[in-house]
Design a protein around this ligand. Structure first.
Ligand SMILES: Nc1ncnc2c1ncn2[C@@H]1O[C@H](COP(=O)(O)OP(=O)(O)OP(=O)(O)O)[C@@H](O)[C@H]1O
Length: 609
């Protein structure tokens, strides 16, 4: 690019919710004690009996699960009109959820600080600076049957006044593209696999429908008289820091709604988390390992789960996490797909992961905002050929130039990715001994050290953070101006997530990668990715790319614009099957104009928003 990296940097910038209803039903429905019942399955109703259900709506015959009043899949109503003002139960908002929340709410810590009195209307409030123009031309594709149409404004969606107020407090003026599409789909009670670029607002896209859905069910009765807690929603994420961040966001969104959010992750004292859980939990945000621990201790039951969200879903379903996720979702007491609403979100969705993810979903809608696994063109990507031995001095040059430009501050943080924990320690040591204010985050550091490092980085105390992939996904750190891939990852998807720590929410950012002979398998996917994002691809990288074959993950996604897409459209998968519902298709978006020769089936919509 003609822009120098320095120029680019300069330009960038959770009261007791225990049920008040009776527990007799549930107690009597326990499995007889003549047979051994493992702790985690105690309190679970016999399969023919429904668990304690919402007293606001009758149970749906035959489902065996409670039926919320939301017009979602639990009450058997059509959800086509749900979520829009004037439809269905949209007006039955509850200022109190009837579970003693009013008392708790008085004690609720204000996650916005002290400025919650400010309630500007959507039109009056200030824009936070998000450059929505950056999203104008973004391609959007949906597939599946009866896809609910997108919305243009938050005002079009009946999320409830308390949630709307929090959206205003967050200074979100209008929904981002993924929110425009995903929120109506989720409010429609549909399962969703959503792929949208890094930093495009996916957290709110799954939090808003969950909070709104729970707010509509004021009097859900949950078992009492047990130390086991029964959350209604579960949000899983792969790292402690990301779970913590989602918890912070969800607490803002749920402030004064009566919906209580609790977080549980490893490395932190479990007793404190248990105490928080005992005070009541509607939405549990967790990492898989700590959740399995809580389930095995029978301190959490998943039998009341209505909403399951997997953030960074492709990572959650890859080899590292899949067994734990299968255990949580399939082998404990969670209602099966179809009886819970499942939402999978990520910026990348390799085809084989999509195939596996389908096991967790029922009649789902696939949503892609931007090409699957693409990077955002808000990020200026540079790749430089740097031999292993020269990496440190090259990094030093970059950092010195940055310092001289005054872009080495709280307002311009630099994130340096390395491949190993040892490498992270060594580079941090070398940087600090060379006079650069650096810290590091990786899996061998204690949780306290990890949290301290992240805080120190965010506040600008140490504006350089050396990190392994533990910081690659989901972290939303304002002012990360420069991401340096000191060591490139082996998989292009990891690269996409790493560079996505900058260029977020419509802001611009810079990503520099050090490439050498050790990275040849990444040459082709990297060159393709850069080209698609309108980046300048160095001639030497093109040469490496033309010599390389396969590797790096790109071939798993397929090529072309929108590459990868909904795997259900693979001919081999689709043969003899009608995944798009034929006559069930609403026809919405069928006129998207993108199909044609592309072979889109009925119900597949596509649009350039
Ligand atoms: N409608 C909106 N208006 C303005 N800012 C928004 C809006 N929605 C989200 N944001 C902000 O955009 C930033 C990125 O959002 P978020 O962290 O949810 O991105 P993401 O898509 O989950 O990214 P990643 O793929 O890296 O996990 C956050 O700071 C968030 O507060």
């Amino acid at each position: 690019m003609s822009t120098s990296w320095a120029d680019s940097v300069a330009n960038s910038q959770t009261e007791n919710a225990a049920a008040t209803g009776s527990f007799e039903n549930n107690a009597s429905s326990r499995a007889p004690r003549t047979t051994y019942v493992p702790p985690h399955l105690r309190n679970r109703p016999a399969s023919s009996d429904p668990p304690a259900a919402s007293n606001s709506a009758p149970s749906q015959a035959g489902t065996g699960y409670g039926a919320p009043s939301t017009g979602s899949r639990w009450n058997g109503n059509s959800r086509q009109d749900f979520g829009r003002p004037g439809y269905g139960s949209g007006s039955s908002w509850n200022s109190s959820r009837g579970r003693g929340w009013d008392r708790g709410r008085e004690r609720e810590v204000n996650p916005f600080g002290n400025d919650d009195d400010a309630e500007p209307s959507f039109s009056e409030q200030e824009n936070t600076g998000i450059n929505f123009d950056a999203y104008e031309d973004i391609p959007v594709e949906t597939s599946g049957s009866n896809v609910p149409p997108p919305v243009n404004t938050f005002a079009e969606i009946d999320l409830g006044e308390a949630l709307n107020q929090n959206i205003r407090r967050c200074k979100y003026v209008k929904p981002t593209p993924v929110q425009r599409h995903a929120i109506p789909i989720s409010l429609g009670g549909r399962d969703l696999m959503a792929c949208a670029q890094t930093g495009s607002g996916k957290t709110a896209a799954f939090c808003f429908p969950i909070i709104s859905g729970i707010m509509r069910e004021p009097n859900i009765q949950r078992p009492r008289g047990t130390r086991t807690v029964f959350p209604l929603a579960l949000i899983l994420s792969p790292t402690r820091e990301l779970s913590s961040q989602i918890h912070d966001e969800a607490r803002k969104f749920s402030y004064q709604t009566g919906v209580r959010v609790v977080v549980a992750y490893g490395g932190a004292p479990i007793n404190q988390q248990l105490r928080e859980l005992e005070r009541g939990v509607d939405i549990l945000v967790a990492t898989p390992g700590r959740l399995v621990d809580l389930l095995e201790r029978a301190r959490v039951s998943l039998q009341m789960i209505r909403y399951l969200a997997l953030d960074e879903a492709d990572r959650m379903l890859d080899m590292g996490f899949e067994p734990q996720i299968r255990k949580i979702v399939e082998q404990m007491d969670m209602p099966p797909a179809g009886l819970r609403q499942t939402m999978l979100f990520s910026a990348t969705f390799p085809r084989e992961i999509q195939r596996m993810a389908a096991d967790f979903l029922s009649d789902y809608i696939f949503l892609a905002v931007g090409r699957v696994g693409s990077s955002t063109d808000l990020i200026v990507q540079r790749v430089e050929f740097v031999h292993e031995a020269d990496k440190r001095s090259h990094l030093m040059d970059l950092l010195h130039a940055q310092k001289e430009n005054g872009t080495h501050s709280k307002q311009a943080l630099t994130l340096v990715f390395v491949e190993t924990k040892k490498g992270a320690d060594a580079l941090e040591y070398w940087l600090t001994s060379s006079g650069f204010p650096a810290t590091s985050i990786h899996g061998d550091r204690s949780q306290q050290e990890r949290e301290y490092a992240l805080r120190s980085f965010k506040t600008g105390k140490t504006p350089i953070l050396v990190a392994t992939d533990v910081a690659a996904r989901g972290l939303d750190i304002p002012h990360v101006a420069h991401v340096i891939n000191f060591d490139l990852p082996n998989d292009i998807d990891d690269y996409v997530h790493r560079i996505g720590r900058t260029g977020r929410a419509g802001k611009t950012g810079l990503a520099t990668a050090f490439f050498n002979e050790n990275n040849t398998s990444l040459a082709r996917p990297l060159a393709d990715l850069m080209q698609e994002a309108n980046q300048e691809v160095p001639a030497w990288l093109t040469r490496y790319a033309s010599r390389a074959y396969g590797g790096g993950g790109r071939n798993r996604r397929g090529g072309g614009r929108f590459g990868g897409r909904d795997f259900r459209r693979d001919t081999s998968y689709n043969r003899g099957q009608d995944y798009y519902g034929g006559a069930n298709s609403s026809g919405y978006g069928a006129a998207g104009g993108y199909g044609g020769a592309g072979g889109y089936g009925p119900g597949v919509s596509s649009a350039w928003d």
